[in-house]
Ligand binder design. Structure first.
Ligand code: HEM
Length: 330
């Protein structure tokens, strides 16, 4: 009986594997089917605990996966500590604003105790981002797995690869195209700004010194919103937090796109989405239709999660996410 059961499981596993191979996919939802069958529920339970204790960890975990994938691909490089040279996490776009590192370590430790040496940090980031989004109201998507962790992480690459919040529409399109994502992915994934916080540093130039002109405000900002932002962000307080990225920043919904449409996008890069006719169309559809936004977001996240992944013999499965296994310098 037990033998028949295990044969049946093996047949199912082989079919799933063949399907993954036939579809040309490098990653597969069933990658840990035999080696760590409960990985998804372990990560989900931990993420639920973490986000219940601190809702701000949902945006933190989402942004970690994005910043991981855009630099050297989704290889857990964002989690490595600086060693012989400075790592991504200490680069200006990350340092002091990326959050969730300790929480990822806690998730990894729980996964390690169930399945030692099996599940990569890069896969944990991909699952945690999805589970965090779902926990605060977003729609579930299936996460293909099987990424390996990389051996190196570099401040210089982070500076070069992460999009600047001062980007124009075409700069954003180029930045995303460099990692194989199209203009629609770029606009849709910017919808990640429906949750989370930001520092005043990015907003202050729009409020007090637009285009380098002292006293000038960015005319593309809604004037009432600009007045509100001035009360939240005095010109000498770049490290203060702007309370929210959209009107419902604790909830993953399509309100970000409504904000962008009504010229209440926080960053120049948010405002840039409606400076182009294609961008305006994607924003308008997402603003009108929460269901289509949720579905598109999941699709683009899967594409993002495929960026330059290490698979098979490439890379390793780190024991702890902040250091490579052999303890060699980065
Ligand atoms: C389109 C280009 C993008 C630019 C220029 C950009 C820039 C930024 C900046 C400057 C912040 C604020 C950091 C701070 O001051 O603390 C931020 C926050 C955030 N970004 Fe983006 N971002 C972009 C795309 C994305 C994407 C694709 C995602 C996810 C799919 C994302 C998710 C987030 C989240 C969730 C936060 C809030 C983080 C927190 O509360 O800890 N962003 N982004």
């Amino acid at each position: 009986m037990a033998l028949a059961g295990s044969r049946c499981a093996l047949v199912i596993f082989t079919i799933l594997l063949m399907t993954a191979v036939a579809s040309g996919a490098k990653l597969s939802k069933y990658f840990y089917y035999r080696t760590c069958p409960n990985v998804e529920s372990i990560v989900r339970n931990k993420v639920n605990q973490i986000v219940t204790a601190d809702r701000g960890m949902a945006p933190g975990l989402l942004r970690l996966h994005f910043h991981d994938c855009f630099v050297r691909g989704c290889d857990g490089s964002v989690l490595l500590d600086s060693a012989s040279h400075t790592a991504e996490k200490d680069a200006p776009p990350n340092f002091g604003s990326l959050r969730g590192f300790a929480e990822v370590d806690a998730i990894k430790a729980t996964v390690e105790s169930a399945c030692p040496g099996v599940v990569s940090c890069a896969d944990i980031l991909a699952l945690a981002a999805r589970d965090a989004v779902v926990k605060v109201g977003g729609k579930y998507w299936s996460v293909p797995l099987g990424r390996k962790d990389g051996f190196t992480s570099s401040l210089v690459e982070a500076n070069a690869s992460l999009p600047s919040p001062f980007s124009t529409f075409s700069q954003l399109v180029q930045n995303f195209a460099a990692v194989g994502l199209n203009a629609k992915d770029m606009v849709i994934l910017s919808g990640g700004h429906t949750i989370g916080q930001a520092h005043c540093a990015v907003v202050i130039p729009r409020l007090y010194n637009f285009n380098g002109v002292p006293g000038a405000t960015d005319p593309s900002l809604d004037p009432t919103f600009a007045n509100l932002l001035r009360t939240l962000c005095p010109s000498d307080q770049p490290l203060t937090f702007v309370g929210q990225m959209d009107a419902t920043n604790g909830t993953f919904d399509n309100k970000y796109f409504k904000a962008v449409q009504s010229r209440r996008g926080l960053f120049p890069s948010d405002a840039a989405l409606i400076t182009n006719s294609f961008g305006r169309r994607v924003v308008s559809i997402a603003a009108k239709n929460p269901g289509s936004f949720s579905t598109d977001f999941g699709k683009s996240m899967v594409k993002m999660g495929n960026i330059r992944v290490l698979t098979g013999a490439a890379g390793e499965v780190r024991r702890v996410c902040s250091a490579v296994n052999n303890n060699q310098a980065l």
